[in-house]
Every structure is written in C-alpha cells, then in structure tokens.
Design a protein around this ligand. Structure first.
Ligand code: PLP
Ligand code: COI
Length: 339
C-alpha cells in the first residue's frame, strides 16, 4: 500500500497509477483501454468543450476491516449516468462497460484504496464526454467514457461536525425544466458563483432555493438537504435537484429505524421548526448543519447548539457508514465486494 497520511486526506485530486478509457466511434463502443497518462488528446471542436456535452458520476470504493474492497450501489450510478446521457443527447455507456471500467479503476489502483478506519475512501469519477467535432449546436457523433480514481477524505473540512451554510439568492444553479436533475458539468459551472459567495461570507457551501419562487429549499452545493422533526425525515421534492443515491439510501435507513419519511417541498421558513438538519451525498456523506445564514434576508437559523450532530443524524450516519465499510449486515443488498 502507498504511504500516505490517510487520516488527513482532503477531498481533492491525487495522482494514481491508471485510468480507464473507452471510445465510441462509427456507431459502437470499443474495448476498454488502460492509461497511465493524466491527459486527454481531444479535438479542438469537441462538443464537450464548446457546448457542455458531458456528464459525470461520483462514487466510492471502501476497504473493510476484513481487507475486502466494496462498491456501494454502483448500479444506481450507472442508471443516473444513463439518464444524464439521454438528457443531453449523448451516447450512453453500456452497463457492462461501466461495471468493468469502475472495477478496473479500483483494482489497478488498489494501493490507493485507503486502509480501514481512516475515514478515507477511493473516489471514482466516471466521465462521459462528446469528443467528436461540431460547430453547429448539435450532438457529437463520437464519445469518450473514462474513469479515474483518487483517494479522498471528507468533503467538508469539519468531517462529521456541524457545517455552516449560506443561502444564495442572487444566482440559480438550475431551472425546473433544465438540467438540474441530471449530473452534467453545466450545473456545476452555474453553481460556482454561489459557492464563491458562500465562501466569501465565511460559509462552507451555498444553499439554493427553487429558482421560480425563491421560497422552497432545493439543494446544498453538491449535496441534498434533509431535516428531521417529530420523528420524521423530510427531504425536498423538486424537479431541479439531483436525485442523490445517498439520500435514497438514507430514506430507507430512516424508515428502518422507525422514522416517517416525507419527500415534499420545504419552505425555507420551515427551517425554524427542524430539530436537526443536514446535507448528504457521496462526497459529503452526511454532514450535520449547525447554521444556515440567509444573507439577503439577514436571518440566521441555528442548530446543533452544543456543537455536535443531533442524535438521529448520528444514528443514520453510523448505520450508513457501517454498511459501506462492511461492519454491518448489508440487508438491502447495496454493497458489492470486488476483491
Ligand atoms: N446534489 C448534487 C448537486 C450533487 O452533485 C451530488 C453529488 O453527486 C448530490 C446531490 C449527492 O448525490 P449522491 O448521493 O448520489 O452522490
Ligand atoms: C459527489 O458527491 O460525488 C459529487 O459529485 C460532489 C462533487 C461534485 C464534488
């Protein structure tokens, strides 16, 4: 195993040994290729570069106490990437090639899969881009699918401690009939201003409200939002947020521990009534939120007044992570051991 300071890893890019590539040309996908280069040779008129014809995924491989390496719900990432591809008229990758590519990306970089107990994991980044040239606005005829792997620590520097979020009202990430519900790069480009604004104000990430009414909670940066009150787990239903695989899993775990689960619009003013709130996603895992500052309204919502995550968020977090690392039985069949 590589000698890294595993417990101190940030959520960032670190060079690993290999990445996997596959090209779609003349109406068909070719064979997977293994590369040790961190660079692509791309046509100057590729649609990905000019018209944002690209989609990506984010998933993790976890090393258990038993030394085995596990993937979490990879089929859901495949399905979402397929939806993303259809959403912007790209050629989707096949399920078989997706699975083979992510598995290879882990096994060929096995020395970078962090040891059990460090809180770190190997982040996998599948990427699908229009690589064929166009100048008119139309879909490419050629595509490149690739997967790179990089070991990561927590997304928020706080780890599983309360983070501070700022409500951003002067920019939108996505529109109801736009691309917010698929995972395409353009959504992240339009989120950069909000991210910067939150950071400039000293906050960890932006909270977006729905772009029509500016009233209902959409998402938190690159994570879904949830709130808990009266033994109920509540998370937004909105056409402009990314359906999070972590959130989908947490809704099940919440039900398993006897909570009610509601997916519905959440008015920002309802924040006052929540006992616990948090952000969830592959990168964020579950991040408890200690403060939400509505900058333009100059209003602060405070949670975790003792500085710690609430009891229900903690319980769900521990359950989720225990399944991902193989410490608890995988009763929902979410985990696949690949080595
Ligand atoms: N929302 C956005 C905008 C994201 O980028 C992500 C990350 O993938 C999520 C939510 C969380 O989704 P998941 O749990 O599938 O990683
Ligand atoms: C993830 O949670 O995997 C994400 O995609 C977040 C990423 C955009 C930083």
């Amino acid at each position: 195993m590589t000698n890294l300071n595993w417990g101190e890893l940030p959520f960032g890019y670190l060079k690993t040994d290999y990445n996997i590539r596959c090209y779609y040309k003349d109406g068909k996908w070719g064979e997977l290729e293994v590369s040790s280069s961190e660079f692509l040779n791309l046509h100057i008129s590729a649609t990905a570069l000019h018209y944002g014809q690209q989609a990506f995924e984010g998933m993790k491989a976890y090393r258990g106490k038993d030394g085995k390496i596990r993937l979490f719900r990879w089929e859901e990432n495949f399905k979402r990437m397929e939806r993303s591809a259809h959403g912007i008229l790209m050629q989707p990758i096949t399920k078989e090639l997706f699975k083979e590519a992510i598995t290879k990306a882990v096994l060929l970089n096995e020395r970078f899969v962090p040891p059990y107990g460090t809180g770190a994991s190997l982040y996998l980044r599948p990427l699908l881009i229009g690589s064929g040239p166009q100048v008119g606005v139309k879909p490419a005829d050629e595509y490149l699918f690739m997967v790179f792997a990089t070991p990561v620590g927590p997304y928020f520097k706080e780890g599983f401690s309360p983070v501070k979020i700022a409500v951003v009202r002067d920019s939108d990430r996505a529109a109801p009939l736009g691309t917010g519900s698929i995972k395409v790069g353009g959504n992240y480009a339009s989120s950069l201003k909000g991210v910067q604004k939150a950071h400039d104000e000293g906050y960890g990430a932006p909270m977006y409200l729905d772009s029509v009414h500016k009233k209902y909670i959409d998402e938190i940066g690159a994570a879904n939002f949830f709130g808990i009150k009266d033994s109920t787990y509540i998370t937004p239903k909105s056409p402009s947020i990314l359906p999070s695989i972590t959130n989908m899993s947490i809704m099940q775990l919440a039900e398993d521990i006897g909570l009610n689960v509601e997916r519905r619009p959440i008015d920002i003013e309802e924040l006052d009534s929540f006992e616990e709130v948090g952000a969830c996603g592959t990168a964020a895992i579950i991040s408890p939120i200690g403060e939400i500052y509505d900058i333009d309204e100059d209003k602060k919502y405070l949670f975790c007044k003792d500085g710690k995550a609430g009891p229900i968020s903690t319980k769900i977090y521990e359950k989720l992570v225990a399944i991902q690392y193989g410490d608890e039985p995988d009763t929902h069949n979410w985990v696949e051991i690949i080595k």
